[in-house]
Design a protein around this ligand. Sequence first.
Ligand code: PLP
Length: 262
Amino acid sequence: MSTSAAPPRVLTVAGSDSGGGAGVQADLKTMLALGVHGMSVLTAVTAQNSLGVQGAWELPVEAVRAQYRSVVDDIGVQAVKTGMLASAELVEAVAELISGTDAPAVVDPVGVSKHGDPLLAASALDSVRTQLLPAATVATPNLDEVAQLTGVRVQSEDDLRRAAAAVLEFGPRWVLIKGGHLAGDAVDLLTDGTEEHVLRAPRHDNRHTHGTGCTLASAIACGLARGRSVPEAVVAAKQYVTGAIAAGFALGAGIGPVDHGW
Ligand code: PLP
């Protein structure tokens, strides 16, 4: 029997979406689609479907630490992605874990689901600002998260620059501001404070977009695990998520998921 070479390894630290559209499930599907070995540290379990989040339970900090150590100390990781972290305690523990790991970290500072359900306690925002964001290679906030974290309310493309500067103050190496909720083309701004990349994609008139943010952040982590630069990884990830949104499909009575296998 022959042994194949191991693919790059990527770890998601995030919450479970029982409906399979977002969270850890979206992350692992993205990793499979992009040819890396996906691994997961569960931070919380949600009872969730196309209509919203019906319940959420966070895991004990020791359970999160133990999963992380099991994966990193034996298997090793070439990139880490973080998503739903639920509480200040978990944010602080995960910030410490990723700071001590020699791999790039993509931090999706998940605050609220598309249905408006809170996925992060308000009391955790300060820990996100002061501990999690400084540990990020790339932070990927959407406009609601930017407003929550910095107070900057983005209404135009010009505001994206102010928002990016405000997030960079917290210390991530790069920030990708996702302007998808603005009218017109889906415009995102990627910057490290020196270089700037404006990423534009035509808007798809598809309401089935559940899991978009998780998918984008995971796809970026996959690119970084392959040794791509941050701008290269982000451009490829945006292409992947644009296809996944275009192929998003109806499930249940509400908002369906993006399609990871398009
Ligand atoms: N549920 C979980 C567990 C998540 O991690 C996320 C996003 O990161 C969501 C739900 C929200 O997904 P969406 O905003 O695409 O509905």
